[in-house]
Design a protein around this ligand. Structure first.
Ligand SMILES: Cc1cc2nc3c(=O)[nH]c(=O)nc-3n(C[C@H](O)[C@H](O)[C@H](O)COP(=O)(O)OP(=O)(O)OC[C@H]3O[C@@H](n4cnc5c(N)ncnc54)[C@H](O)[C@@H]3O)c2cc1C
Length: 341
């Protein structure tokens, strides 16, 4: 099977071997077999955060399709293969708070800790109580606490040591609450008609977030080619204070800047891309193009290739660097593809 059928970008050639695991034992057996044979292994959930090479991948592609949800007080344990948004919808329905701003993000539960998924002022790291993993280095099951996960902005220990851990189960601490915690994201607060810092009912947040995301092509929709993407292609650069001052000095317009607790400043990748001269919809109407709704999403509108996507991503990153001296880092994981060169 071509991996393009298993990725939201619709890109990727054949897998050496494809294994679908429905239980933790099957996951562990498949990983052990690949490791014993010294073969490469790609663990795949929903395929919504990967760019896979046109040549495909050698070795085993393991599709994690495990299921099961259980609860222990306010802590909910969820199998890695469960779909994230369906789980989130059930939490909102049952008044369990803490992840509602992450509505509409595609993919599996098991992938959420990998890049510490986040949106609209929330990150999964805020609610993750633990992660059960298969540690390939130690060849045993381990229970990682939040501190072991090394969460940061779109990063974690899992991202820093790629391939070491296979996530089997994620546990979330989700207390009952009628209202959410403080809304931190101004656009969402505006949409809800509340001030930043106020709470709001969970179902109202879910529907506001889904509406905002759909307007940006950020909710998967087979009828909308702008959603044939891997979400945001670049993370927002976090700059040292002097680097941000240098960016301000190089820009005619004032670049957005959000202070981080450690004194650094986060700026907007979308702003940098637009001010470096790229526009919504740039690219091939039937191939690789920037989304017509948002410059941060790169899309495959049907006939594109991973090589073409990589070329566009490199052109964007190089132009932003030449214009502003800022390095953009891709958010998706490149499989069998080189970055930056
Ligand atoms: C339209 C759209 C909108 C998006 N919006 C957001 C957003 O708002 N915020 C955000 O953070 N992300 C967003 N994303 C990116 C993506 O949905 C998330 O990163 C999601 O968590 C990926 O889940 P997945 O199961 O599809 O992972 P995959 O793409 O299958 O895998 C991603 C990475 O995780 C690894 N992985 C997957 N499962 C496991 C496992 N069980 N154990 C170990 N490693 C594993 C893979 O090997 C790979 O390295 C968006 C994507 C799309 C297409």
């Amino acid at each position: 099977m071509e991996l393009r059928e298993l990725t939201t970008l619709g890109l990727g050639g054949p897998a050496g071997a494809l294994v679908e695991a429905r239980t933790d034992d099957e996951v562990v057996a498949a990983v052990r077999a690949a490791d014993a044979a010294g073969e490469p292994l790609l663990v795949l959930g929903g395929g919504s955060n990967v760019v896979v090479a046109d040549d495909g991948v050698p070795g085993t592609v393991l599709l994690v399709r495990t299921t099961g949800v259980s609860r222990d007080g306010d802590v909910v344990h969820v199998a890695a293969g469960e779909p994230w948004d369906a789980f989130l919808a059930r939490c909102v329905e049952h008044g369990r708070a803490g992840i509602e701003c992450l509505s509409g993000i595609p993919g599996s539960i098991g992938a959420t800790p990998i890049q510490n998924v986040g949106a609209y002022g929330q990150e999964v790291a805020e609610t993750i109580a633990g992660v059960r993993v298969w540690d390939r280095r130690a060849a045993r099951i381990d229970e990682l606490g939040p501190a072991d996960c090394g969460f940061g902005y779109r990063t974690s220990s899992f991202k820093r040591e790629p391939g070491r851990w296979v996530v089997l189960r994620v546990s979330f601490r989700l207390p009952h609450a009628e209202l959410s915690g403080p809304i931190r994201y101004a656009e969402l607060a505006r949409e809800l008609g509340v001030s930043v810092g106020a709470g709001a009912p969970l179902p109202a947040i879910r529907s506001a977030v889904l509406g905002l995301r759909a307007g940006k092509g950020m909710v998967l929709d087979p009828a909308d080619p702008d959603t044939r993407s891997a979400g945001s292609f670049f993370t927002n650069p976090v700059l040292e204070a002097d680097e941000f001052a240098a960016l301000q000095a190089r820009s005619a317009d004032a670049p957005p800047g959000w202070p981080e607790p450690d004194g650094r400043v986060k700026t907007s990748a979308a702003w940098l891309i637009e001010h470096a001269g790229f526009h919504r919809g740039d690219g091939r109407p039937d191939g690789i193009a920037i989304s017509t709704k948002h410059v941060l999403a790169l899309t495959n509108r049907g006939q594109g290739s991973a090589d073409e996507l990589l070329a566009l991503a490199r052109r964007i990153a190089t132009t932003v660097h030449d214009t502003f001296g800022v390095t953009l880092h891709p958010e998706p994981v490149f499989v069998n593809l080189p970055w930056p060169a």
